[in-house]
Design a binder for this molecule. Structure first.
Ligand code: SF4
Length: 373
């Protein structure tokens, strides 16, 4: 399969891993953050950490939108789901995210009208087919998914659809990276840049990372060879004393981004002054809200959203894992009280969550191996 088979070629993968080992100086420790949850998933799925020398450490970043959403926003969404006549819709990932009174799936089991959709357009169609109901779409994601929400809102306005609104939880990646760079315990050497988000925003917005903070960033694809090639590019920059934005994923990511998608985002959304990120706290101008022209389709203006704030369960260490301070199995609840079947934290829910990826591809296989042994 084009763009898959050649990026999973064992010979090329071995060569790239050899090059990583050759470039990594034995007297130095490298801490490289993969920003995107898709990379975290790929790293565990393909066992890439096992190919790296011990002094090249991968730190899992905040690029899983379900994981960084504070529990209060889930509770707020579920408060809408309990209103009479409301049908609450969301992507499958959101369905199992724990709120304080259970996940959307558990609320559905208790009788709330909750439906899983594959796109915001599905939610819009549901509203068209049920004029007696009000359909709320729980929008979530980075710039990757925000354009589809924007286009759906443009369609809703074009149709004059009055029984549809969006509960907007879209976040933007650049302020989160800046918050990590400004954090007092920042000890990163470089970044593997997010591939999906960059298909929309392009590479230019990362230039401040190289120019102002002196850190290399390489936008990367998601196959094993992509990730290893990106690490080679990063280590070459570090060896040469360079800090630049490079695009390993040029077969998909245009340097200037997707201009029609960016125009749709600009037309529909504006930045919120502040938004809370799980593990990172409040970050200014890090999330999107609907512009005044779309107030009619904004769930937060149509309904009385409670604005619930919830602290995570004390023993849950999602924040530390999100900031790369702890690895998933170092959380006290990992694999015991918190599992993919019964998640305590959101990092155990989404396939892009570091805890779920680690559980599926490392913990479970190690457990199976010890049973076989
Ligand atoms: S194991 Fe569960 S509680 Fe602990 S960090 Fe991961 S998701 Fe959070």
């Amino acid at each position: 399969m084009k763009y898959v088979d050649e990026f999973r070629d064992p010979r090329l993968i071995r060569q790239a891993a050899d090059e990583v080992r050759r470039l990594a100086r034995p007297d130095r420790h490298y801490r490289i953050m993969e920003v995107c949850g898709g990379h975290t998933h790929a790293i565990y799925r393909f066992g890439l950490e096992g190919l790296l020398p011990g002094n090249v450490e991968l730190i899992h970043g905040p690029g899983c939108p379900v994981c960084v959403l504070p529990m209060g926003r889930t509770d707020d969404g579920l408060a809408l789901a309990e209103l009479p006549g409301v049908v609450f819709t969301a992507f499958g990932d959101v369905m199992r995210v724990p709120g304080t009174k259970g996940s959307p799936l558990e609320h559905k089991a208790r009788g709330a009208e909750i439906r899983m959709v594959y796109s915001p357009l599905d939610a819009l169609k549901l509203a068209q087919g049920h004029p007696g109901k009000h359909v709320v779409f729980f929008a979530i994601g980075f710039e990757t998914t925000a354009p589809s929400t924007a286009l759906t809102l443009l369609k809703a306005r074009q149709l004059g659809l009055g029984n549809f609104s969006v509960f907007c939880n879209h976040v933007t990646i650049i302020p989160a990276i800046r918050a990590i760079l400004d954090s007092p315990d920042m000890r990163l050497d470089a970044f593997v840049g997010p591939g999906h988000v960059s298909t929309v925003i392009g590479c230019r917005p990362y230039e401040f990372i190289a120019q102002d903070y002196g850190k290399p960033i390489v936008v990367s694809g998601f196959e094993p060879l992509d990730v290893l090639q990106s690490l080679v590019m990063i280590l070459r920059q570090l060896a040469d004393g360079r800090s630049e934005v490079e695009n390993q994923y040029a077969r998909v990511v245009p340097w200037e981004g997707n201009l029609p998608a960016l125009r749709a985002l600009e037309e529909v959304f504006e930045l919120r002054p502040y938004f809370e990120w799980r593990g990172l706290g409040f970050i200014s101008q890090s999330a999107l809200k609907l512009r005044d022209e779309f107030a009619e389709w904004d769930s937060e203006r149509r309904f009385d959203v409670p604005g619930i704030r919830v602290t995570d369960p004390k023993a849950a260490q999602c924040g530390e894992v999100l900031k790369g301070v702890l690895k998933p199995p170092q959380c006290k609840l990992f694999g015991t009280e918190c599992t993919p079947e019964r998640p305590v934290g959101a990092l155990m829910v989404s396939s892009e969550g570091a805890c779920a990826a680690y559980y599926h591809y490392v913990h479970r296989m190690a457990a199976a191996g010890s049973l076989e042994g």
